[in-house]
Design a binder for this molecule. Structure first.
Ligand code: BG6
Length: 493
């Protein structure tokens, strides 16, 4: 969380405020902030949607959402009551009856800070911002939060950014990538830049390759319609995985300052070797899950999930090999992969070090995968270093990889906040370090667009993989081509 203390009284106005994201993430996170003393006593939350809810309806839904959230466990009745009284609902039909905008103006009154959170599809962001501006609700201190997807390609992303930018300055704009709010993701910067021993090794001389994985057991659930047009490339790679790649690969910023960090991330995105044409077929793999079993339960395949087009070719899995063309990383492959309905939930960054330049133990077998650093984002956040040690004994010398393990849960007594708690607290405090700047988002699209175009040009379907499996076979070929192995396979040998 930012070092700035909690903000003053603010109105947080959530468009799409009765939708899925708001109920699953935003309202429970706000409750937790309130419970832990990070919400100013005067802060109010106003949800906005078309659905004509009363305040009582909203509070009922919100109470159920808070109670059902896994990080809340038991809602404290006094805190819940206090939190619910902060909530109210206003019905606005964006682009429809203008009366809603004056209802919103009446509800907000004057003289308070305002944060407008757009938890809506990107094409509605522009009309909402215009509506807010026409209703005189935007002040120099107002902020706007944009949720993903931030467009579906570079052109549409620029359109949305232009429409929002016509009303809010870049300074006032907070583009969320919730992966940046994850505890271990921020720890990555501390690990790299607050310790002296890693940075000298953090380059092509000592690192063989990097693996960045976001594997999920969940399917697309009720989001089949969205996924048909998005796919994992737009949903996960363009944002979450590329942000992780940036933090792993960036040069040290001069300080932990918003623009300094963003400048360094941008340079990484701009240094990505373009993937297009034949390289796409060679260096990327698309998959789509077929029926299978997850933890012993039968689950449907993607095409049987409700709400989508028959025969849709959206990818639910992507693996690719990226390269960063700069001095530090030339020749080091960065393998990125993400997928739904995989065997395990696991998000991690694996840094695989090179072998020692010369062994003084000739003839002694060195097990593979010895020197790896794993930064585990979820579950079981922590850092895991594997190194070689001598197996105790007076006989022949034997080496074995041994783990050095840091579990955040075991090491720190305080609870790690949810990603959205941290990011909401930062927005309320006016700290946008952990949010994406427009040029970063656009640089990411610039790299991703030609890959999607090449896939579309191939007119082939993604490779299928059974739900509950490690993913499509092609992903094993992708990394295996150079004699390398995915980390978990190496471990299970
Ligand atoms: C979202 C994607 O941004 O991130 C989802 O739209 C995905 O498809 C989710 O499931 C993963 O987030 P987390 O925090 O559970 O890793």
């Amino acid at each position: 969380m930012s070092q700035q203390s909690a903000s003053g009284p603010t109105d947080l106005v959530v468009f799409g405020g009765t939708g899925d994201l708001s109920m699953r993430k935003l309202l429970p996170s706000l409750y937790l902030l309130d419970r832990d003393g990070h919400l100013d006593g005067g802060t109010r939350v106003v949800t906005v949607s078309r659905d004509g809810l009363t305040d009582a309806d909203l509070r009922g839904k919100a109470a159920a959402a808070v109670r059902g959230h896994q990080a809340v466990q038991v809602a404290e009745p006094d805190v819940l009551h206090r939190f619910l009284t902060r909530l109210s609902h206003v019905t606005v039909d964006v682009g429809g009856d203008p009366a809603g905008w004056s209802d919103l103006a009446d509800a907000l009154g004057t003289g308070r800070e305002r944060v407008f959170y757009l938890a809506v599809p990107p094409m509605i962001s522009g009309p909402i911002c215009r509506g807010l501006s026409d209703a005189g609700l935007v002040t120099p201190g107002s902020r706007v939060v944009m949720e993903k997807p931030l467009g579906r390609d570079l052109a549409s992303s620029q359109e949305v950014n232009d429409a929002v930018g016509a009303v809010f300055s870049e300074e006032q704009t907070y583009r969320i990538d919730h992966y940046l709010g994850k505890e271990t993701v921020q720890n990555l910067l501390v690990l790299r830049f607050a310790n002296v021993f890693l940075e000298p090794l953090w380059n092509s001389r000592w690192i063989d390759h990097v693996q960045i994985t976001a594997a999920e057991t969940v399917g697309v659930g009720g989001r089949r319609g969205y996924y048909d047009t998005s796919g994992a490339m737009r949903d996960m790679v363009q944002n979450h995985l590329l942000q992780l790649l940036c933090l792993t690969a960036m040069e040290p910023p001069s300080s932990y300052d918003r623009e300094a960090v963003r400048d360094e991330k941008l340079k990484v995105l701009q240094s990505l070797r373009p993937l297009s044409g034949d390289l796409v077929a060679q260096d990327t793999v698309r998959g789509q899950y077929a029926p299978g079993r997850i933890h012993g339960t039968e689950v449907s395949g993607y095409l049987d999930e409700p709400g989508g087009a028959p025969g849709a070719t959206a990818e639910t899995y992507v693996a690719l090999r990226a390269e960063i063309a700069n001095w530090r990383w030339a020749g080091v492959p960065f393998y990125l992969r993400t997928g739904k309905r995989l065997a395990r939930d696991r998000s991690e960054i694996v840094i695989r070090f090179r072998d020692v330049p010369h062994t003084i133990f000739p003839g002694i077998e060195t097990p593979p995968g010895a020197a790896s650093l794993v930064i585990r984002l979820q579950p079981d956040e922590g850092i895991h270093l594997t190194m070689l040690a001598k197996t105790p004994g007076a006989g022949a010398l034997r080496l074995r990889p041994v783990p050095l393990e840091l579990s955040f849960a075991d090491t720190f007594a305080n609870r790690a906040p949810e990603a959205y708690e941290r990011l909401l607290a930062d927005v309320l405090a006016g700290d946008s370090t952990l949010f994406m700047r427009r040029d970063e988002v656009e640089a990411a699209w610039r790299w991703v667009d030609p890959i999607i175009e090449a896939w579309n040009g191939l007119h082939t379907s993604p490779e299928t993989y059974p739900a509950g499996s490690p993913g499509p076979v092609g992903a094993h070929r992708l990394i295996g081509r150079t004699g390398r192995t995915w980390y978990e396979e190496e471990q299970s040998r």
